[in-house]
Design a protein around this ligand. Structure first.
Ligand code: OAD
Length: 249
């Protein structure tokens, strides 16, 4: 990460009226949450078609719940890092700031962010597969939870492959990408749609695209600036530079 690049991007942020930040699993890697497609990522050890589809849940609900139960348990041991806190504080820097995430760990909110567009749901959300009643809890619900109200099985409140994304979060995110001057895309491989389309929308609109990711991704060819580094340190450096430039007028 060169200082010249940090300064150049800080200049774009100072000039921007509207900024979107879109995060993926790499945002939380330094908090100890596993990513999906890195060499040791979750999808290198587990088959998503057996764990992250409605069909898998219908076939073997106990197996699917056991996997999410372990991930829910892990969330009780992890904490947001300084990069999450930077992204929460950026809401004070701009009137038009939108934080979008594919992450289901809730760490942006725990770092103080409000109104996060959570495109893939939340691990701490549990939904009845029958009456759709929802509860936010990380309590251990046992090996095969059922709904108190209707008796149907309960499932994790995450979006599985083939399912629709939450309409309001998706609309808000797309509208923000269509009007932003700067979009930062952080810690995502950029292969899962429609989340990945945010970058294409912003780019088509003429926004500057900034990528923070140690590895090249599908988004890299579209980036005006690339930080091949970790989300935490890069965001802390960008935050300092943006604030210093703003203070200097
Ligand atoms: P991936 O696992 O596909 O990509 C994670 C990205 O984070 C990779 O490009 C890594 O290079 C990068 N990375 C790793 N450590 C990093 C760090 N410290 N700082 C910055 N970047 C880092 O995760 P996503 O793109 O988020 O969907 O995956 C998208 C969706 O696929 C997930 O939301 C999930 C999964 O299937 C559902 O569960 C519906």
């Amino acid at each position: 990460m060169t200082d010249a690049l940090v300064q150049r991007v800080a200049g774009w942020l100072v000039d921007a009226q509207s900024v979107v930040v879109s995060t993926g699993a790499g945002m939380s890697a330094e908090s100890g949450v596993e990513t999906f497609r890195d060499r040791d990522g979750l999808w290198s050890k587990f088959d998503p078609s057996e764990l992250a589809t409605v069909e898998a849940f219908e076939r073997d609900p106990r197996k699917v719940w056991a996997w999410y139960r372990a991930r829910r348990q892990q969330l009780t041991t992890v904490k947001p890092h300084a990069g999450h806190r930077v992204l929460a504080r950026w809401a004070e820097m701009l009137i038009d700031y939108t934080l979008v995430t594919q992450n289901v760990d809730g760490l942006h909110e725990r770092a103080g962010a409000r109104q996060v567009c959570e495109l893939h749901g939340r691990l701490d959300l549990v939904r009845c597969a029958g009456c759709r009643h929802e509860e936010v809890t990380l309590a251990d619900l046992g090996p095969d939870p059922h709904c108190d109200a209707c008796g149907a099985r309960r499932r994790p409140g995450v979006v599985w492959f083939g399912e629709m994304l939450p309409a309001e979060a998706l609309e808000t995110a797309m509208a923000a990408a269509d009007r932003c001057d700067v979009l930062l895309v952080i810690g995502t491989s950029g292969v899962v749609y429609p989340a990945a389309a945010l970058v294409e929308h912003a780019r088509a609109r003429g926004a500057k695209i900034i990528e923070i990711n140690p590895n090249e991704t599908e988004h890299s060819p579209l980036a005006d600036a690339r930080f091949p580094s970790s989300s935490r340190d890069t965001l802390v450096a960008l935050d300092e530079a943006w604030r210093a430039r703003r203070a200097a007028g």
